[in-house]
Design a protein around this ligand. Structure first.
Ligand SMILES: Cc1cc2nc3c(=O)[nH]c(=O)nc-3n(C[C@H](O)[C@H](O)[C@H](O)COP(=O)(O)OP(=O)(O)OC[C@H]3O[C@@H](n4cnc5c(N)ncnc54)[C@H](O)[C@@H]3O)c2cc1C
Length: 400
């Protein structure tokens, strides 16, 4: 194996949605970036799919536009103009319309495979990004001046800063000795696409059932992506059903949403948990995306939080570089941490409490939520603020 040694400004470990976008955003500010990713580039470019499509907020769309990715995605996205959030039991619904916030759309659905391919193709074309595929970190060393990484492919690379973007079960977070609070929901998210009889009219629907939240998210034409988070044992039973049995089970409960549903893809499953590291920076080290915060997918916010991490980190690093200061200094990185903590923590708390409260059988809690929905539907200022947060349009979060 030939050994290469090269210096960069930033090493990013993990080239998924968030790490890939960070590489692209940094390259536009003339940072020299190396991405260490365990995947085979050709496999991602050819046929990457994981069954999911992502709800991307309007705020994230603007970030992706700024870094030159949106124009390659736009044609194949489906806009979301209305969101209905409600309870299966008492059928109370909270309604969000794009008109409430004076925007053309609340968000967009983007296919996971298209997203990964677009990010990777852009990075491979950039002179400022070196993509080290099929690679993980074998060894690393942090000194006063730099961080040195040896990869599993025998590359030795150095940089002023290393970023962990290696997802929920971050290897780098563990190697750096950062302790993490974690709890599992004992739920699996079942993910699949359906065709439906009636038009969706650009509406995304989230129904909280006593078994877990069910989301049906509009795709192009009369089709939609579904995410049904269910107790593990129940989900495993579902995975054993035939296509016809699964369709019958879905139609029994959700036919009223967009008419009769027909399954058009296999069902994929994802285990669900929450992870909150005690901190996300150390000298010459910072975390972004799911490595820094893993939340329940019920509100479709995980990647959106990650894109906001990218935006804030790139702004901080660019400022520091222009001043000729050290981008790996802990005090610089702590500014990023303070700026991101409120947004990330509050989204974790909102999604976690929603998952728990709606799963409860307690009639008083259910009654309170139904009343809460009715109150929010009438109280446009609070509703508007909640919408702007979920859409990633709140500019200045309190710093924690
Ligand atoms: C069912 C479900 C539905 C979701 N829907 C939405 C949604 O609608 N909207 C939304 O915003 N979010 C959604 N999310 C959350 C979203 O998937 C994550 O927040 C997002 O993928 C995080 O991106 P990331 O780049 O941080 O991590 P990842 O996507 O996990 O990428 C990490 C990358 O690092 C690589 N890697 C891992 N370990 C190593 C290593 N040791 N060395 C090198 N490379 C490594 C991985 O192979 C991968 O390429 C959903 C999540 C689930 C489970």
């Amino acid at each position: 194996m030939e050994s290469r040694e090269k210096n960069y400004d930033v090493i990013i470990v993990g080239g998924g949605l968030v790490g890939g976008c960070l590489a692209q955003a940094l390259s536009l500010q003339d940072f020299q970036v190396a991405v260490v990713d365990e995947n085979d580039v050709s496999k991602i470019l050819q046929d990457y799919r994981d069954g999911r499509s992502y709800a991307i907020s309007l705020g994230s769309k603007r970030i992706l536009d700024e870094i030159g990715l949106w124009s390659s995605l736009e044609k194949q996205t489906q806009s979301i103009e209305t969101i209905l959030v409600g309870s299966e039991v008492d059928e109370s619904f909270l309604t969000y319309h794009r008109e409430d916030v004076g925007e053309d759309a609340l968000g967009f659905m983007v296919d996971a495979g298209l997203f990964r391919r677009t990010i990777l193709s852009k990075s491979l074309k950039s002179e400022n990004v070196t993509w080290l595929s099929n690679s993980t970190v074998d060894e690393y060393q942090v000194s006063a001046e730099k961080v040195t990484v040896k990869t599993s492919q025998g590359d030795t690379i150095t940089a002023k800063l290393m970023v962990a973007a290696d997802g929920a079960r971050s290897q780098m977070r563990t190697l750096m000795g950062i302790s993490t609070r974690e709890w599992k929901y004992e739920q699996l998210a079942l993910v699949f696409d359906v065709e439906h009889k009636n038009p969706h009219e650009n509406t995304a629907v989230e129904i909280f059932t006593p078994d877990g939240p069910f989301a049906i998210l509009p795709h192009k034409g009369q089709s939609a992506g579904c995410v049904w988070s269910l107790k593990r044992s129940y989900a495993e039973d579902f995975l054993k059903l035939s296509k016809q049995e699964m369709e019958d089970a879905l139609n029994l409960r959700f036919e009223k949403v967009f008419g009769t549903l027909k399954l058009i893809t296999p069902v994929s499953s994802f285990p669900l948990s929450v992870r909150q590291p005690d901190c996300c920076v150390q000298t010459r080290f910072v975390m972004v995306g799911d490595a820094a915060h893993t939340i329940h997918p019920l509100a479709g916010q995980g990647a959106n939080l990650g894109f906001r991490d990218v935006q804030v980190l790139v702004r901080e690093l660019t400022k520091v570089l222009k001043l000729g200061m050290d981008i790996g200094s802990e005090s610089v990185l702590k500014k990023y941490q303070r700026k991101r903590r409120f947004d990330n923590l509050s989204m974790l708390m909102i999604t976690d409490s929603s998952a728990r409260v709606f799963a409860t059988q307690n009639p008083f809690m259910r009654w309170s939520f139904s009343k809460g929905f009715k109150f929010l539907n009438r109280t446009s200022r609070i509703k508007k603020h909640m919408m702007r947060h979920a859409m990633g349009l709140v500019k200045d979060f309190p710093r924690l």
